[in-house]
Design a protein around this ligand. Structure first.
Ligand SMILES: Nc1nc2c(ncn2[C@@H]2O[C@H](COP(=O)(O)OP(=O)(O)OP(=O)(O)O)[C@@H](O)[C@H]2O)c(=O)[nH]1
Ligand SMILES: [Mg+2]
Ligand SMILES: [Zn+2]
Length: 280
């Protein structure tokens, strides 16, 4: 903080500053950098595989989107995150946390929406052994990031995996009242199976800014199985008559989740509107 960058090197963590020429805000968590170890100065940021704004992080391989029965999931937010990560080639994993508070219907609903989209895992930080068992194999040898709404339990999960880590956990009721995040900065931790895991601040809003309608369509993976049955190659699965749209038929036949489909229509139409405004 305050212009300091904590750098992991083969000889341990080194606190560095950025070279004046490098704007500090251009360095992100997850960046690979060239460093002058003698003067503890970052000289150069290497080209990134990817970078995200929410959460603000670079070179991510996998994102764990944490959800919980409380606070209630914002499904549109989850869908937008999934589209973003899939479009960047980042592996998304949905983690249902607070399983100790979860009712069966909640799980059924989540699985019916997201099973065809990404891996779904279940955790409760009250069951340390099970949480480790479920998460560690998925995190092994990858750089993963915890993300999701505030108070779903991201930091709590990190602490379950690394009990000695010194990060603050929030109080749900206090936080809701204040509307504040507990975690304010991102930090990367090394797991003893070689995985790297970053905790990041939660957020309750996220936009797909410049995403075209086509990009949104292309990142709804559950449509792929059915769009071969659409009469036209460029079918958007929205305005077309059901008789010529394989995706619409699959929604009718309950082979595609209707809530997911309805939200897709909204996101597609919003992107379409944005696009048309751009050329006005
Ligand atoms: N019952 C139950 N409570 C949990 C579980 N995981 C987290 N909590 C509680 O949920 C609240 C929020 O936990 P945090 O770990 O601070 O949530 P966070 O996602 O890191 O929140 P931000 O940092 O604000 O984004 C705390 O009161 C935790 O004790 C769980 O598995 N079961
Ligand atoms: Mg946190
Ligand atoms: Zn179609």
């Amino acid at each position: 903080m305050g212009g300091d960058f904590w750098l992991s090197t083969p000889n341990g963590v080194v606190v560095t500053k950025a070279r004046k020429k490098l704007k500090e805000d251009k360095i992100l968590i997850g960046d690979f950098v060239e460093v002058d170890l003698e003067n503890k100065v970052i000289e150069k940021v290497y080209p990134r595989n990817n970078s995200l704004i929410r959460p603000e992080v670079a070179n991510v391989e996998q994102v764990l989107i944490i959800i919980a029965p409380i606070p209630k999931p914002d499904f549109t937010l989850i869908d937008k995150l999934l589209i973003k990560f899939l479009s960047l080639g980042i592996i998304p994993v949905l983690v249902i946390n607070k399983m100790d508070l979860t009712e069966k219907q909640f799980i059924i609903d989540i699985e019916s929406q997201y099973k065809p989209v990404c891996k779904i895992l279940k955790t409760s930080v009250l069951d340390i052994e099970q949480t480790n068992k479920v998460l560690l194999p998925v995190l092994k040898d990858k750089f993963s990031v915890l993300t999701g709404q505030s108070a779903v339990g991201k930091t709590s999960i990190l602490k379950t995996l690394l009990p000695n880590v010194n990060m603050e956990i929030g109080d749900l009721s206090l936080k809701t009242a204040r509307g504040k995040n507990t975690t304010r900065h991102s930090e990367i931790f090394l797991l003893n199976n070689g995985g790297l895991l970053a905790d990041t601040p939660g957020f309750n809003a996220f936009e797909l800014d410049d995403y075209s309608p086509q990009l949104i369509l292309d990142n709804c993976p559950e449509f792929a199985e059915f769009n071969t049955k659409c009469k036209f190659n460029n079918c958007s699965h929205i305005a077309e008559n059901i008789s010529i749209c394989g995706v619409k038929q699959a929604v009718r036949d309950k082979l595609i989740n209707k809530d997911r489909y309805d939200r897709y229509c909204d996101l597609y139409n919003q992107a379409k509107e944005k696009e048309s405004k751009k050329y006005e």
